[in-house]
Design a protein around this ligand. Structure first.
Ligand code: FAD
Length: 502
């Protein structure tokens, strides 16, 4: 233990993208950081399709963007969807701004064993002490605040360490997330089930979109089809919870094959492919109950980031984005307190507000995206309606549903104006996705919809900050009296501007 009574300034629990990112960003400010990871890396994880703000924003901030560029991951220009009313697949590209059109409007499809290893090794290089095979079992508390962790070390011996902060980045299986208080809520709308495996020899989309995620709706749900290399493809079905019986009764391999045969586009792409049956990709896996949010993300001395706090749905690759973005928010908060710039209550309030806002934007966008299927006569998400008469097939009823469900983020917005704004935004989005196109397969300006622009705005800001090493635009707080990022993006500072951003 050091003279100040702490072994570390920060202990991070979990070495996935969220944990590596927050640990690196705090260590880069010269603080003492320990990361405890239960497994030995590389370890398997799902979540392979990434967003540009993760790659060109946060990964650049932590100094790993060039290494990722050299790793040979397939470049993802956007997404190709067989979704909505159009029976033909349509494509969108991440070309959201001319500023990033040349090198920032892409992401990668990654084998998480490789991606997470790169991030964890980078954390080590940036000064984080990383200990694998160390499972955290609980937090230590003193005078109402968290002040360390209890864990089983590499030899299975129970240990305790004291730290000024603990960040729980231990994912959906976290053992300590409930120590912030409150509960984990599972929104009914996203209570789905995923069945997935890996194939060799699958077909690729025509260039320049061969690295795109392909998402294909079918009567039972939808498929993701993610190219992980020239030869390897991640294939998963997202299904209604009722499908659980089907999965339980049959063997997973057979059920996956049946589902593929029910989705003509995916069946066509896998016609010549064989399923991988050995090694880490050899298993047909299942995940359920993966969509949830806690009603608080922090308490004095402790913050939750990534899947330990919340996850929505696989459809728009928001998982690793929310994981790394929340890690950035947490790091700014911890760095600000450790530097003596701001008090803990102020930074934790900023952390919660910005994290919930980002979650809320994605949540609403994803609900709208699924809801577009419900206008179709016999489309598959009808059964997902939450049940009562508020859940009609038109946009207005739908907005009311959103207004009444999972409403954490509305704690800091006026409910009436929120509903008015969202109603207009949902209509616009529906027009963009469902409106006619001149040619089947033409790029749609999905990202021109103001709702998605809003979703991506913060990511673009992070991206700009990382690329140019400072703020390029005047930042305004997201709420009255809120904070804004420092010029280097590593801390918070009080804003000159009192008014929140419009
Ligand atoms: P994780 O990646 O889960 O890392 C947590 C780490 O903590 C692990 O290494 C674990 O071993 C460690 N740990 C656990 N317990 C302890 C403990 N007690 N002590 C110490 N260490 C511990 N996201 C996307 O961005 N794109 C996608 O295409 C995508 N597809 C998905 C498909 C499905 C079906 C699902 C369910 C999710 C998908 N996601 C996707 C989400 C993505 O998997 C997660 O959001 C992301 O992995 C979260 O990262 P994390 O760092 O928070 O947690």
């Amino acid at each position: 233990m050091n003279d100040d009574g702490f072994d570390y300034d920060l202990v991070v629990v979990g070495g996935g993208p969220a944990g590596s990112t927050v640990a690196t960003l705090v260590a880069m400010q010269g603080h003492r950081v320990l990361l405890l990871e239960k497994e030995t890396f590389p370890r398997y994880q799902i979540g392979e399709s990434l967003l540009p703000s993760t790659i060109h924003g946060i990964c650049r901030l932590i100094g790993v963007a060039d290494e990722l560029a050299d790793a040979g991951f397939p470049v993802k220009r956007g997404g190709t969807f067989r979704w909505g009313r159009n029976p033909e697949p349509w494509t969108f590209a991440f070309a959201i701004s001319p500023k990033f059109a040349s090198d920032g409007a892409t992401a990668y499809q990654v084998e998480r064993m490789k991606f997470d290893q790169i991030l964890l090794d980078n954390a080590r290089r940036k000064g984080v002490t990383v200990r694998e095979r160390c499972g955290v079992v609980d937090v230590l508390e003193e005078d109402g605040r968290v002040c360390g962790v209890r864990f089983d070390d590499e030899d299975g011996v129970r240990q305790e360490l004291r730290s000024r902060y603990v960040v729980d980045a231990s994912g959906h299986r976290s053992r300590i997330h409930n120590r912030v208080g409150g509960e984990r809520h599972y929104p009914e709308f996203f209570r789905n089930l995923a069945l997935f495996g890996y194939f060799e020899g699958g077909k690729r989309l025509p260039e320049p979109n061969s690295g795109n995620i392909l998402a294909a709706a079918f009567s039972g749900g939808w498929f993701w089809y993610i190219p992980l290399s020239d030869n390897l493809t991640s294939v998963g079905a997202v299904l209604r919870p009722e499908a659980l019986d089907r999965v339980r009764e049959g063997d997973r391999e057979t059920v996956l094959r049946q589902l593929i045969s029910e989705c003509p586009l995916i069946a066509e792409y896998l016609a010549e492919a064989t399923r991988v049956t050995s090694g880490p990709y050899g298993e047909v896996r299942i995940r359920k109950d993966y969509s949830y949010i806690r009603d608080t993300f922090s308490r004095p001395g402790m913050l939750l980031v990534g899947d330990a706090a919340c996850f929505i749905d696989p459809v728009f690759s928001s998982g690793v984005h929310l994981a790394t973005f929340s890690a950035l928010l947490a790091a700014r908060s911890i760095n600000s307190v450790l530097a003596g710039d701001l008090d803990e209550a102020t930074v934790l309030a900023e952390f919660e507000a910005r994290y919930r806002r980002e979650y809320g934007l994605f949540h609403d966008f994803l609900v709208a995206f699924y809801d577009m299927q419900q206008d179709e006569d016999s489309y598959f998400w009808t059964a997902k309606r939450v049940s009562d008469d508020r859940v009609a097939s038109d946009v207005q009823a739908f907005v009311q549903l959103v207004g009444g469900a999972g409403s954490d983020e509305r704690a800091f917005v006026d409910a009436d104006s929120y509903l008015r704004e969202r109603k207009a935004a949902f209509r616009e989005l529906a027009d963009v996705v469902q409106g006619p196109v001149a040619e089947a397969g033409e790029d749609r300006n999905l990202l021109g919809a103001s709702m998605l622009k809003e979703v991506l705005k913060e990511g673009v800001r992070v991206q700009t900050q990382a690329a140019l090493g400072g703020n390029v635009d005047e930042q305004r707080p997201i709420r009255g009296g809120g904070l804004v990022p420092s010029a280097d993006g590593m801390r918070w500072r009080r804003s000159e501007s009192v008014a929140p951003a419009p």
